[in-house]
Design a protein around this ligand. Sequence first.
Ligand code: PMT
Length: 416
Amino acid sequence: MADPLRDRFVVLGVSGSIAAYKAVDLASRLVKAGARVDVVMTKAATQFVTPLCFQSITHRRVVDDLWDRNSEMAVEHVGLAKRAAAILVAPATADLLAKMALGFAEDALLTTLLDTRAPVVIAPAMEGDMWANPLTQEHVAKLRSLGMAFVEPEEGRLASGLSGRGRLADPEAILGTLRQVLGRGGDLAGRRVVVSAGGTQEPIDPVRLITNRSSGKMGYAIAEAARDRGAEVTLVTAPTALAPPHGVAVAPVDTARAMHRAVEGAARGADVLIMAAAVSDYRVANPAEQKIKKRGEAADGLTIELVPNPDILQEVTGDFVRVGFAAETEDLLANAGAKLRKKGLDLLVANDVSGAGSGFGSDTNRVILLGRGGEIEELPILPKRAVADAILDRVVAILAGRGRGAGGRRWVETHR
Ligand code: PMT
């Protein structure tokens, strides 16, 4: 399943804040994601950024005047409101929020917002004291109670030179919320999905640890893809350098045992568990309380005793679809098949981690999907997000098969 923004009509409402310049970047990201973007500006917004600027990016006519006889609004008074799959208001000023909360319809943006049945995502930007003002907060509460989603402003330096909470949120947080809202009717709507990601860390002493090369990219891509398909997602993640995905409950952990506890808790009542994390099979038997000092000659060496960690996939019980990965450097299919059976999985993602552009750290991956009934699908090298969607396609089919009381459809496909 593709990005929920692809081929969707999105209205980007821009009101009169200096952060309007950041809406240009948002418009560009929306267009890159495949959305058809109609920008509607307030008069105040046009004081900061010209309509031509947005038009050059979206290649669509910008609406900034309710009374313009040539505009979309004049042809069909509220055409954009009806056509929009979602409306994103970014930046939303205190003035706009107040007018929205009171149902004003004095310009093209307010008219569109009042007339639409599409979901609305609002990203406010203003001075910190304006955001904190009880009147603004009352308007926000009212709009929330009507089902509008907010991406709250961030703390930081504001246009006035003062610091406070009022900066427009990060564009990825805004688009993450928009994707989540658009994905609500997706094929995982109403499902609870637990995903693990990253490489666990086992302490040797207070400054050293045993870990692996996992960046978390594969697991994070699965969490985002599941969110975009309407699932309620919990991401249990070992430390990574990645930003936590918006619209996903994140449970940070470090060791395999901490991941075990977190997955066990999150998987209770879940529909799907996908273990993309690279979990350390062993931990140090007795981590030192103080930094281990070099003793005698370095050549003397140091022996560290390791003991096995719990196998999370095998030990966490529940009636969920169980998906595991197998990171292999040799005998991929034989080793992966053995793991599928040993761990009682519904689906196994066999990951050849020896080739370039596949496995640890890369943005792409090459995998073979193995089903419990012997089904096999070999995928070409793909961006991790596309691999994530291919995995979720199979998960959706397995869930549907369970609903029908069958074991799901058989699939034998290769793509080279
Ligand atoms: O994070 P990236 O840089 O994007 O890299 C992605 C990845 C290579 C880490 C990912 O695609 C991947 O292959 N993850 C599984 C890595 C792994 O630990 O494989 P394994 O063959 O050792 O383990 C088999 C399965 O059992 C895995 O689903 C693993 O999460 C799970 N496991 C392993 C050990 C353990 N103690 N408990 C487990 O649940």
